[in-house]
Design a binder for this molecule. Structure first.
Ligand code: NI
Length: 276
């Protein structure tokens, strides 16, 4: 079996056939975590988890990109974000539901931000910290989204590790840093997650080779980042096997070993119990 640790069947891309996509994954031995990006998609992630007796979990959180209102188009992706204020009370309530296994996705994204736009950077930091604190309070791991902001994310995580007895733990989703940054995250107890990007770009081979098996997670980030050989199609949890295959190939181990170890890692970090 495999666990897709980062799916978005809760997004509108699956409005008409989300349940079919989930069933297709479950029937083929793929479990999944639907990850929220703002309140509505967090709520929908929780609803999905309630509708299935096993194999479907949820993460709830406010993504940095949803702190400002923006609309953009890039390649096959059209995206609209709202300017949501972080309301701790409603997220605490959602996060307390039975199958919520993490706070996420949360973090920092400087990709579309001008270097001198310090206001929005500060806002992202503030909301990221509030959600880290909520995760510590609820004893949940965090799913971190980071784009062009590793130095600041590392600094914030380090500040918690220095000043608190209870540390955040979790995963750096869709890892985009270098092997040295990956080492720093791992030193603090974070796992490194890879997705379809590694099937069509060679930028992360060095990080993959440098990261011990016990620290690797697999994900799709569907509907985005479809792996080879399905490029051009909408992504889905079932395709996470292509990520496992590529990782196994790079590491020079069997697919079975890669599947077993990444499933074990996901179970441990998210506290998922599997009876087999
Ligand atoms: Ni995502």
């Amino acid at each position: 079996m495999l666990i897709d640790t980062h799916a978005h069947i809760n997004f509108k891309d699956y409005k008409t056939d989300g349940d079919e996509v989930v069933k297709r994954a479950l029937e083929n031995g793929v479990w999944l975590i639907n990850v929220g990006a703002e309140f509505e998609t967090s709520k929908r992630a929780v609803e999905y988890s309630k509708n299935y007796p096993e194999g479907v979990f949820a993460a709830v959180g406010l993504h940095p990109i949803h702190l400002t209102q923006q609309k953009f188009k890039e390649k096959d992706l059209e995206f609209e974000s709202k300017a949501e204020e972080f309301d701790e009370k409603i997220y605490r309530e959602l996060a307390s539901r039975p199958k919520v296994v993490a706070i996420g996705e949360i973090g920092m994204d400087y990709y579309r931000i001008k270097d001198d736009d310090l206001g929005i950077k500060e806002k992202q930091k503030e909301v990221f910290k509030k959600q880290i604190e909520l995760a510590i309070e609820l004893e949940l791991p965090i799913i971190i989204h980071c784009r062009n902001a590793h130095a600041d994310v590392l600094e914030i995580l380090k500040s918690y590790i220095l000043h608190l007895k209870s540390q955040p733990k979790g995963v750096i989703h869709s890892f985009s840093g270098n092997y040295k940054q990956a080492r720093e995250y791992r030193k603090m107890g974070f796992k490194i997650a890879f997705n379809g990007i590694i099937t069509f770009a060679r930028d992360y081979d060095k990080v993959i080779l440098d990261t011990p098996l016990k620290d690797i997670l697999i994900e799709t980030d569907c509907p985005y980042l479809t792996p080879v050989p399905y490029r051009g199609k909408r992504n889905e949890p079932l395709y996470v096997i292509e990520v496992a295959k590529k990782l196994a190939e790079i590491k020079g181990i069997s697919l079975k070993e890669m599947a077993d170890q990444t499933t074990k890692n996901a179970k441990e970090i998210f506290g998922i119990k599997i009876i087999d």
